[in-house]
Design a protein around this ligand. Structure first.
Ligand SMILES: [Zn+2]
Ligand SMILES: [Zn+2]
Length: 381
């Protein structure tokens, strides 16, 4: 069996699945319709299906080794602005990250794998997960047993920063770890004309925000990378009133988990130190959302060899500070998160992920399917 030829045969089918999912997007943990369609196909093709909420774990074949392939199914709360026949039919919801394509590609792979089941010397597990967009659906799937008995895992993301049809493969850190923080600095309010009778939280918050800038510039080694962004500041209501408190929110990003720890520790020290210097109090909570996505070097090289063998075009892909919950699977099982280039300037497909005019070059989706089948075939020989 040649995975590329097989995928090419169902190219139009993959596109029509993608369009159907695109027209009826569902937000995180609401993937009822999508998962029902996926489940019906998988059962029809002979998969052993297990439900984890709106997620699906499906197995086929038996053997010593198991490879897992994962797709995410959720959409975003965005109003689509594309004028295409398959435009979202649901107001305020849109597949603006490409998870509709991921689901369709893996469904295509599922069909091919089932039709050629005797050629796979082991077990293939498909993971259709909910809630990648800020819902940590991967954690729910792992709790539901998605990684039990799994030797390697691969996931795909369509990628607007890569030319159409190129598989992007990166060894080591690929996407950032992410966290969020929220804080409240409390002083003592009063009359704007009598600051000496108050503890004004506004200059205290300004000092805190500036001090936070020194974490990346003065504490993180210049060889490493990190981001600390204060993204919301709220205080006060009137010209002549010094408010009681200032509320702040922000995000942190990092590739190296030790840098993540350093950033968190410094944020705490800065809030504590600045508040203490001015006699204010503060509350701070930092929540780590996802760890960095770190591709196993050997698995990335394996993926490259597989692409070579079947003549699938591939190349490197720049790491990004975006985050992805596939990272959680990679903390437990070796694997790699791969990308499929979908940027096509001639077709006007240039808008970034999460943009109301985001779209994918559908003509190359079969290559994602081909690569998924090829990875399974080669891993289970
Ligand atoms: Zn996204
Ligand atoms: Zn995504």
């Amino acid at each position: 069996m040649n995975p590329v030829e097989e995928a090419l045969k169902i190219k139009e089918q993959i596109i029509s699945w993608r369009r159907d999912f695109h027209m009826y997007p569902e937000l995180k943990y609401e993937e009822e319709r999508t998962s029902k369609i996926v489940e019906e196909h998988l059962r029809e093709w002979g998969y052993r299906v297990k439900r984890v909420g709106t997620g699906i774990i499906a197995d086929i074949g038996e053997g010593e080794k198991t490879i897992a392939l994962r797709a995410d199914m959720d959409a975003l709360p965005i109003q689509e602005e594309n004028d295409v026949p398959y435009k979202s039919r649901i107001p305020g919801k849109m597949h603006a990250c490409g998870h509709d394509a991921h689901t369709a590609m893996l469904l295509g792979a599922a069909k091919i794998i089932a039709e050629h089941a005797e050629e796979f010397n082991g077990r293939v597990r498909l993971i259709f997960q909910p809630a990648e967009e800020g819902g940590n659906g991967a954690v729910k799937m792992i709790e539901g047993g998605a990684l039990e008995g799994v030797d390697a895992i691969f996931g795909f993301h369509v990628w607007i920063d890569l030319p159409s049809g190129i598989i992007g493969i990166q060894e080591g850190p690929f996407m950032a770890g992410a966290g969020i923080f929220s804080a409240r600095i409390t002083g003592r309010g009063g009359h704007g004309a009598s600051p000496h009778q108050t503890v004004d939280p506004i200059p205290i918050s300004a000092e805190t925000i500036l001090a936070l800038q020194t974490i990346v510039s003065r504490n993180v080694s210049p060889i490493e990378t990190g981001v600390v962004s204060v993204t919301a500041v709220h205080a006060g209501t009137a010209f002549n009133v010094i408010p009681e408190e200032v509320e702040m929110k922000g995000t942190i990003r990092f590739f190296n988990p030790e840098i993540g720890d350093l950033i968190q520790r410094r944020i705490q020290e800065i809030f504590r130190g600045v508040a203490m210097a001015h006699g204010a109090s503060y509350e701070l909570s930092i929540e780590e959302l996802v760890p960095p996505t770190i591709n196993d070097a050997e698995m990335a090289r394996f993926a490259r060899r597989v692409a070579e063998k079947y003549g699938i075009r591939h190349g490197g892909v720049e790491p990004t500070m975006g985050a992805e919950d596939f990272a959680v699977y990679l903390q437990k099982v070796p694997g790699a998160f791969l990308t499929l280039g979908i940027r096509n300037e001639e077709k006007g497909i240039i808008h970034p992920h999460h943009h109301p005019r985001f779209d994918v070059d559908e003509d190359v989706l079969y290559l994602g399917t081909a690569m998924e089948v090829a990875l399974a075939l080669e891993f289970l020989t």
